[in-house]
Design a protein around this ligand. Structure first.
Ligand SMILES: [Zn+2]
Length: 88
C-alpha cells in the first residue's frame, strides 16, 4: 500500500515558549519498562546528570533523552468562515 502524499496544509506552527529538556528511563526489568522521568530543564545538560544519578541508584542503563517545546497551531476555519469556539 502506498504511503499517502504529505498534505499541502501550510498553517504555521508557532513556537511560543522555551524548549525544555528531560530524560526518561527505558530500561526493562521483568518485562516492565521503568519509565522514571526527570524534571524539565532549560539546560540540555541537566538530563545527563539525572541519567547518571538514576543509573547509579538503580543500575538502569537505557534512556530516551527528549525535549519538549510549546507551540500554537491555528485550527482550520469552520464551513461558515468563523473559528469554532468552545462551549462556554
Ligand atoms: Zn529506571
Amino acid at each position: 500500500m502506498a504511503t499517502p502524499a504529505p498534505s499541502r496544509d501550510r498553517r504555521v506552527i508557532e513556537i511560543n515558549g522555551v524548549r525544555k529538556h528531560f530524560a526518561e528511563c527505558t530500561t526493562e526489568t521483568d518485562g516492565n519498562v521503568c519509565g522514571a522521568r526527570s524534571s524539565l530543564w532549560d539546560n540540555p545538560l541537566r538530563p545527563n546528570a539525572w541519567m547518571r544519578a538514576h543509573a547509579d541508584e538503580t543500575g538502569h542503563g537505557t534512556y530516551d533523552r527528549c525535549w519538549s517545546e510549546p507551540v500554537t497551531v491555528p485550527a482550520k476555519n469552520t464551513t461558515d468562515g468563523r473559528r469554532q469556539s468552545a462551549p462556554t
